[in-house]
Design a protein around this ligand. Structure first.
Ligand code: ACM
Length: 502
């Protein structure tokens, strides 16, 4: 039924009034105040109305008595970041918020009230509603691995736009790994010249990277959609692509090749040499300059210590710094990088292994091996992003049969929807450390963008609701009903989602 109101993620409070607003090319669109940031939000709405509904509106500053109004307010009830109120009546639509992010999310909800079918040039009817809404969590994230397979800049934009349409606000961009280095670093051109390509078993070359110009363009695109990009530069492990280019930062000196198989490799960055830290600091410094967000992710997962064990400079480093184990040497590595990241005025993010041996106090921990790692991190005072494998790994299978080859695991839509980022046994005083959660898309078995979309959707829709909607509004059958309708929107956006099982 196309007139059904089906918003994903479900708003905090929604009342259907029975009114109907008729929008035509003559309807006014007013913004107040008419600042560039708010006009940019109105422009996003106008583009959507034009491209999907064939309505030609233009934003103007001032108050409106009909049509659409987008208004920034000082009402304390709407001060929470991302909160908004949307009223649609016979007389007009009003989006009110205390933050520009709230106005943007009000626009997203408004767009989901419009018909799913592309416009035919007629007036558009919008059902009357009173909606009051705000996010439950501040970190509503999706990750994408562009190393195992590479995806062009246009797809990164599409992915970010799809996040924003689901009111998600963090894009974790996994830019370096054993199988490819994907970010241009001007000071170290071989990172992309050598590390950006691999020679496959059949002799063919596979590769790609993002230029700094492309990255700046993507960052600006994400900013207009209230998405903060969290770039990840992996260390000390998952570093073979970098070491193929600059083997002097390993323990053995190489030579190395960019990996063509999946897994965990023993050759990692060497913490015995100061030069390794200088190299990584310079890489992080260029990276930080490209991304205005406050986060720098330095990986930290799955780092074998075997090379450090047998390497004199590493052992000397341990003696000199009073370290009792190679785990402590990894902690030394991370805390040395943390001190540098502080000088860049960024916040370090790392996978939960950085807890082993003690993580720097300010670090945000991504709990992936187990939610208990998140609890452990919160207990030691860290902020946490939950991303546990059984619920948040969208490289797992989503059906029992006829699925394309995946890495393993079984994480169907319903399982994602059942996820609770705050573990039920977590003491209340620790819960404030849970910033939110994130879905991870590791792409070993996803060779093209169609396949990425298939694995991400509709699981992303479920996670978006987990992260935005209040616990009380979550209800699986209701979600599935709304999702059936929402999938038509994804059709119109050209998304290759997995069909629902009947
Ligand atoms: C991870 O999945 N290795 C963080």
């Amino acid at each position: 039924m196309d007139s059904m109101i089906s918003i994903i993620p479900q708003p905090t409070r929604l009342h259907a009034t029975g009114d109907a607003l008729r929008l035509s090319n003559q309807s006014p669109l007013r913004v107040d105040p008419g600042t560039p940031e708010i006009i940019s939000i109105a422009d996003y709405l106008c583009t959507e109305l034009r491209e999907r509904h064939r309505l030609m509106l233009r934003p103007e500053a001032g108050a409106a008595t009909s049509g659409i109004s987008i208004i920034l307010t000082t009402d304390p009830a709407l001060a929470t970041d991302g909160a908004y109120r949307l009223t649609v009546s016979d007389n007009g639509a009003i989006i009110l918020a205390g933050t520009t992010g709230g106005l943007f999310y009000g626009v997203q909800t408004f767009l989901q009230l419009l018909p799913c079918e592309p416009g035919q040039g007629n007036d558009v009817i919008v059902p009357g509603v009173e909606i009051v809404d705000q996010p439950r969590f501040g970190w509503r994230g999706m990750h994408l691995d562009v190393c195992r397979h590479f995806f062009p800049a246009d797809f990164i934009k599409k992915y970010i736009d799809l996040l924003a349409r689901h009111k998600m606000n963090r894009f974790h961009w996994h830019l370096t790994d054993d199988q490819g280095w994907r970010i241009e670093i001007k000071r170290y051109p071989l990172l992309t010249e050598i590390g950006g390509r691999r020679t496959e078993a059949d002799g063919s070359t596979y590769g790609g990277f993002y230029t700094q110009e492309e990255i700046r363009d993507i960052v600006a695109y994400a900013e207009r959609r209230f998405v903060t990009i969290v770039p990840e530069i992996e260390m000390p492990g998952h570093a073979l692509a970098a070491l193929a280019a600059y083997p002097e930062y390993s323990c053995t000196g190489g030579p190395f090749r960019v990996a063509t198989t999946w897994g965990v490799f023993d050759d990692v960055y060497c913490p015995g040499h100061d030069a390794t830290f200088t190299f990584l600091e310079q890489v992080l410094s260029e990276t930080a300059a490209l991304f205005p967000g406050q986060y720098l992710h330095i990986g930290g997962d799955e780092c074998p210590k075997v090379r450090w064990h047998g390497h004199k400079p590493c052992q000397d480093r341990m003696k000199e710094a009073g370290l009792k184990s190679e785990d402590e040497l990894q902690a030394y590595f991370v805390s040395r990088m943390a001190r540098y990241i502080e000088t860049l005025e960024k916040r370090l993010v790392g996978w939960d292994e950085i807890l082993d041996g003690g993580a720097p106090a300010q670090a945000i921990i991504m709990a992936w091996r187990d939610v208990r790692k998140g609890t452990e991190a919160a207990r030691s005072g860290h902020d946490v992003v939950m991303t546990p494998m059984p619920y948040c790994y969208f490289d797992h299978y989503q059906g029992q049969e006829n699925e394309p080859k995946a890495i393993g695991g079984f994480t169907p839509l319903e399982k994602v929807y059942s996820f609770e980022p705050i573990p039920p046994d977590m003491p209340r005083e620790l819960a404030r450390h849970i910033l939110g959660a994130q879905g991870n898309v590791w792409t070993e078995y996803m060779a093209d963008t169609n396949h990425v979309e298939y694995m991400a959707f509709p699981r992303l829709c479920a996670l978006a609701e987990v992260l935005w909607s209040s616990r009380e509004t979550r209800h699986l059958p209701g979600f599935i009903d709304r999702l059936r309708h929402h999938l038509k929107r994804l059709d119109n956006l050209g998304v290759n989602y997995r069909r629902l099982s009947d």
